[in-house]
Ligand binder design. Structure first.
Ligand SMILES: Cc1cc2nc3c(=O)[nH]c(=O)nc-3n(C[C@H](O)[C@H](O)[C@H](O)COP(=O)(O)OP(=O)(O)OC[C@H]3O[C@@H](n4cnc5c(N)ncnc54)[C@H](O)[C@@H]3O)c2cc1C
Length: 315
């Protein structure tokens, strides 16, 4: 288990909930401010980037696997003295000047909190999807689009994210198929018009993706999707190298009662302050325009700086 140096007992200066890039960046900054800091993580200190085979857009690392990058974050945090504990946070509340964090292994206290619990893309839930994640299945065109240069990709979904990323992919891939189960898209008209006017984007509407399939021998990779026409009920195969899925994204924020947007992302100001004094949010769990590593670590650094200022103001 990836837990290092947990002391327990006293009230911490800062508890960070979530041990991904945002949480660890916040931890590194906080310890350097001299704050007694604990990171709580429900599964493994690493965050979702560990699922990625290869990252090519993180400055300083032209090409690195997600696992290797997280190992570097983890070692760095450990070396500067960030404490961690593997436990799931169930709720948080304010009692006077204290923040109480209830976990599946008991209550902990801190002067201030940073929520860095990330968000997870919703899955289509079809056979082959999980098996081919990072082997052709992706939820992020900014991250993985360049791997599909001159190839064929399928984009699943009908909202703004699906159409925006279909447009992005159309600049790299040879063919982009935009597949949606309804007869019209939900995306803004301006985006739809742009996609319609793009010669290498083809719309396939009223259609379900039933399965993602590919080679399992040697190098595992996506080769096709099985589609069902919802009018005729007939199924057919479509050859593709990639499947980009945009059926929603779910932030891990249910346990905290602060102001959120309609989709549950935490609203902050530029200092990462939430609507509750002394509680900050950083990374993918907050209302942010991009879900990326560089954005998450930036947020973490700002949140730790603001948390330090808050603690100073209590003295
Ligand atoms: C397959 C894949 C490929 C990607 N590729 C790239 C890329 O190439 N470039 C790029 O910039 N970005 C990429 N991303 C996006 C990047 O991983 C995220 O933007 C980044 O991880 C966000 O960091 P975070 O710390 O905000 O959240 P996360 O990494 O999601 O970390 C949040 C952590 O909080 C923990 N947690 C959640 N709820 C609780 C709770 N109640 N109690 C305790 N712990 C909790 C989770 O277990 C998790 O470890 C990719 C993502 C995926 C899935």
């Amino acid at each position: 288990m990836n837990s290092f140096l947990f002391s327990g007992g006293n009230m911490y200066d800062l508890i960070i909930i979530g041990g991904g890039p945002a949480g660890l960046a916040a931890g590194i900054y906080a310890v350097r401010f001299g704050l007694d800091t604990l990171v709580l993580e429900k599964s493994e200190i690493s965050g979702q980037i560990s699922m990625s085979d290869i990252v090519e857009n993180y400055p300083g690392f032209p090409s690195i696997s997600g696992l290797e990058l997280m190992e570097k974050y983890r070692t760095h945090a450990q070396e500067v003295g960030v404490k961690t504990k593997i436990t799931e946070v169930l709720s948080v509340r304010t009692e006077g000047a204290k923040k109480i964090v209830s976990t599946d292994s008991g209550d902990l206290e801190a002067k201030t909190l940073i929520i860095a619990t990330g968000a997870n893309p919703k899955h289509l839930g079809v056979p082959g999807e999980k098996e081919f994640i990072s082997k052709g299945v992706s939820y992020c065109a900014i991250c993985d689009g360049p791997f599909f240069k001159n190839k064929t990709v399928v984009v699943v979904g009908g909202g703004n994210s699906a159409v925006t990323d279909a447009l992005l992919l159309s600049k790299v891939a040879q063919n982009v198929y935009l597949i949606h189960r309804r007869d019209r898209l939900k995306a803004a008209k301006v985006l739809q018009d742009r996609a319609l006017a793009t010669p290498n984007i083809e719309f396939i509407l009223n259609t379900l993706v039933q399965e993602i399939a590919g080679s399992r021998e040697g190098v595992k990779k996506v080769e096709k999707v099985i589609l069902q026409d919802l009018n005729s009920k007939e199924s057919r195969e479509l050859s593709t190298n990639g499947v980009f899925i945009y059926v929603g994204i779910q932030p891990n924020t249910e346990f905290v009662n602060v102001e959120k947007n309609n989709e549950g992302f935490i609203i902050t100001n530029r200092w990462m302050e939430t609507s509750e004094k002394g509680i900050y949010a950083a990374g993918d769990c907050r209302d942010t325009p991009i879900w990326q590593l560089v954005a998450a670590v930036r947020d973490g650094a700002i949140a730790a700086t603001a948390a330090n200022e808050y603690i100073e103001s209590l003295k």
